[in-house]
Design a protein around this ligand. Structure first.
Ligand code: GDP
Ligand code: K
Ligand code: MG
Length: 299
């Protein structure tokens, strides 16, 4: 494997609920799912899976706000969604062959018109369709948007998946292998939650806290008794003076950070959230994190 020929990049899978996004990912990735990234373009996005082959690595990412219209998502999430669509290498727009065009699709196609990223139309569940019905469906969608590729698949039965992966590869730029081939996921929401808290700290403290501030999620626990989620997080700064700023007078700043972050986390999880925040000074935090990462530690 020469580095020169290696291809890698990011693919955002969007589509209405139940079109088969998870089924597709499970088929393609199986257990080999990763969730953490240092790459600026993927922060604030949930990494759903990393597919590593001899000559390519495809990182599938979730785009909050595009396929979750049920939740009332804040400006932040919508901004995230739009930026994501701009920054990925390929957008996979998945539809359900059985259902045809629907209102959720209309919303998504409007968003697609605002970006230049190549878009694939992936028609899933073709096992449920008579072949005669496929062509009119393709024509219908082609009239709505200039898709770069149209690929009918069955994520459940595995039909045409290899073709789709080959097509994806042809659109990926040359690039490095970002992730070790064997990384597995832990809690998929962890990373977004830490970024939501971090964003509030940066926003509310303005320029006083450097961007290197880190947020580590200590716990995410579902509490069945009151249908809520308990989240504990630690804001890690590098100096005592920064700790004072983040906590604020009589804890006012930290309280404000917590309140704002909680609202966004509730929108993200679609559930009531209790958020507990701590602040810790840890000198040389960044270097230590980098060392830990070499051993496979994930934030
Ligand atoms: P998501 O909400 O987009 O992630 O959709 P899921 O992957 O959870 O799939 C929703 C339902 O569609 C599940 O019951 C899947 O088993 C089913 N499904 C997914 N792909 C296919 C397919 O190719 N054919 C058929 N017949 N069912 C599928
Ligand atoms: K890239
Ligand atoms: Mg799903």
């Amino acid at each position: 494997m020469t580095n020169r020929e290696y291809k890698s990049g990011f693919v955002s899978i969007i589509g209405r609920p139940n079109v088969g996004k998870s089924t597709f990912l499970n088929r393609v990735i199986g257990q080999k799912i990763a969730i953490m990234s240092d790459k600026p373009q993927t922060t604030r996005n949930k990494i759903q899976g990393v597919l590593t082959t001899e000559d390519s690595q495809t990182i599938f990412i979730d785009t909050p706000g595009i396929h979750k219209p049920k939740h009332k998502l804040g400006d932040f999430m919508m901004k995230v969604a739009q930026n994501t669509l701009r920054e990925v290498d390929i957008i996979m727009f998945m539809i359900n062959a059985e259902e045809g065009y629907g209102r959720g699709d209309e919303f998504i196609i409007e968003k697609l018109k605002e970006v230049k990223t190549p878009v694939f139309l992936v028609i899933n569940k073709i096992d449920q369709l008579h072949p005669d019905q496929l062509f009119p469906l393709i024509e219908k969608y082609k009239a709505l948007y200039p898709f770069k590729e149209v690929v009918p698949i069955s994520a459940l039965q595995g039909n045409n998946i290899e073709t789709l992966l080959e097509q994806i590869k042809t659109y990926l730029p040359e690039g490095p292998q970002y992730y070790p081939a064997d990384q597995v996921t832990d809690h998929p929401e962890r990373f977004i939650i830490s970024e939501l808290v971090r964003e509030k700290v940066l926003h509310l403290t303005r320029e006083e806290i450097p961007h290197s501030v880190a947020v580590v999620i200590d716990a995410i626990e579902r509490r069945e008794e009151n249908a809520s989620v308990y989240v504990a997080a630690t804001v890690i700064v590098e100096r005592d003076s920064q700790k004072g700023i983040v906590i604020g007078k009589q804890g006012k700043m930290l309280k404000e950070v917590g309140q704002r972050a909680r609202v966004d986390i509730e929108a993200l999880l679609g559930s009531k959230v209790f958020l507990e925040l701590w602040v810790k000074v840890q000198k040389d935090w960044r270097n230590k994190m980098n060392q830990l990462r070499d051993y496979g530690f994930r934030e």
